[in-house]
Design a protein around this ligand. Structure first.
Ligand SMILES: Cc1cc2nc3c(=O)[nH]c(=O)nc-3n(C[C@H](O)[C@H](O)[C@H](O)COP(=O)(O)OP(=O)(O)OC[C@H]3O[C@@H](n4cnc5c(N)ncnc54)[C@H](O)[C@@H]3O)c2cc1C
Length: 375
């Protein structure tokens, strides 16, 4: 059968939608299938921090990936706004990693030192300087690492903008359409099977987040991706009691442009139930009020949960699948999928369309887990 599209993408989270958007920008014919609604998975649950530096722990390919993706978000946001009229609500005010005890002071001091050696923007703040930057932080904050170039975005709006941008570029975005299997000819993947019929495709991208492994299993490709449940909540606070993303060992506090302050997040590996619990809300509320006492007066808005696609090393799985033509992976983004959506979309769209990726994603190949992958 002739391919109906160049690219069929399974999963309408921030990753699948970014691949779809970037593929249409490259002139590709694209179909995207989403089992539920666009952004209904982890992407719609995320806090949206763009913590390229706050999430990195050493120089290397992962730091390069995080920094490169952060760089792409500025132009991407402007491009999406122009193309769709949707504003993803970026804020570039930085992230403050706050230490409330000696152990964390040492950890953050070590991060500060290697980041400065790499020439990255970072400032070390003592207690007085913390209060100068963020007067509402509790006096328990003894020292902090300020990373002024990290930022944040509104994840549901980013996903909607990417999906609309892809649609306006000619992509067929199908919600309530589950991919039930892959169509295979010899060692080539030639399409996706859904309840609405087959979609013959030149290449298939698996971007199903924590569920991506269900389809790859069909080919004997066992990806080490597992769900890591995160609970998160929001309060209304305008003006917000803090200006930048604040993150200590217990929680983070993210002031959004829409007047909410988002407080996250718990981490529970292996849990599939996405619903928030009273215990999760109690833990996050206590931690946030300890960090920013002013928040105790903020009216509660909502609480929700999501399943991060976790991997054994916390880094994503990107690129072609050895032994299979026409199959590409874009999953396992764990805590950083919103941040990494820009570079993942750009790189995987290029590779899956048979072009050269502007960024070398080979360090993130599934081969690094060779012992847990059978073909
Ligand atoms: C509480 C929380 C806070 C977070 N905070 C941040 C943050 O601050 N910054 C950051 O960068 N990241 C953050 N993350 C992580 C980020 O949300 C994820 O890494 C990212 O959303 C993963 O995107 P995805 O598109 O791979 O997965 P998802 O958003 O889960 O999308 C996968 C989609 O695929 C669909 N799907 C699966 N199987 C099929 C199938 N067979 N057929 C059709 N569709 C299918 C699902 O329905 C789903 O919509 C957070 C996550 C959580 C839970």
């Amino acid at each position: 059968m002739e391919p109906a599209v160049d690219l069929a993408i399974v999963g309408g989270g921030v990753i699948g939608c970014s691949v779809a958007y970037h593929a249409t920008r490259r002139g590709g014919r694209v179909a995207l299938v989403e089992a539920e609604r666009i952004g209904s998975g982890a992407s719609g649950a995320a806090a949206g921090m763009l913590n390229a530096q706050a999430e990195a722990h050493e120089p290397g390919p992962f730091l390069d990936l995080l920094l490169s993706s952060r760089r792409l978000h500025g132009p991407l946001g402007e491009e999406l706004y122009e193309a769709t009229g949707l504003d993803p609500e970026y804020v570039w005010a930085g992230t403050l990693r706050v230490a409330t005890d000696e152990a964390f002071r040492e950890i953050f001091a070590a991060e500060y030192s290697w980041q400065r050696e790499q020439g990255l923007a970072a400032r070390w703040l003592d207690a007085d300087e913390i209060r100068e930057l963020e007067p509402n932080l509790s006096s328990e904050s003894v020292a902090a690492l300020y990373l002024p170039e990290d930022g944040q975005v509104n994840p549901p709006r980013l996903v909607q903008a990417l999906a609309l941008g892809a649609t306006l570029g000619g992509a067929r975005v199908m919600e309530a359409t589950s991919a039930e299997g892959l169509v295979v000819k010899g060692r080539r993947v030639t399409g996706v099977r859904t309840a609405r019929g087959e979609i013959p495709a030149g290449a298939v991208v698996l971007a199903g987040g924590a569920s991506a492994t269900l389809l790859s299993n069909q080919l004997g490709v066992h990806l080490p991706v597992h769900p890591v449940k995160g609970e998160i909540l929001a309060v209304n606070a305008r003006p917000a009691p803090v200006r930048v993303n604040i993150w200590n060992s217990e929680c983070y506090v993210v002031p959004k442009r829409d007047g909410r302050v988002v407080i996250g997040a718990t981490e529970e590996p292996g849990v599939y139930d996405r619903r928030p619990t009273l215990g999760g809300v109690a833990h996050l509320s206590r931690a946030a009020v300890n960090l920013v006492p002013e928040l105790s007066r903020a009216p509660f808005a909502s609480a929700w949960g999501g399943l991060r696609p976790g991997t054994p090393d916390g880094e994503p799985i990107l690129g072609p699948v050895e032994g299979w033509e026409g199959l590409f992976l874009a999953t396992g983004h764990y805590r950083n999928g919103v941040l990494l959506s820009a570079i993942t979309g750009e790189s995987i769209a290029a590779l899956a369309l048979g072009e050269t990726s502007p960024f070398d994603v080979s360090p993130f190949s599934q081969n690094r887990f060779a012992e847990s992958v059978t073909r």
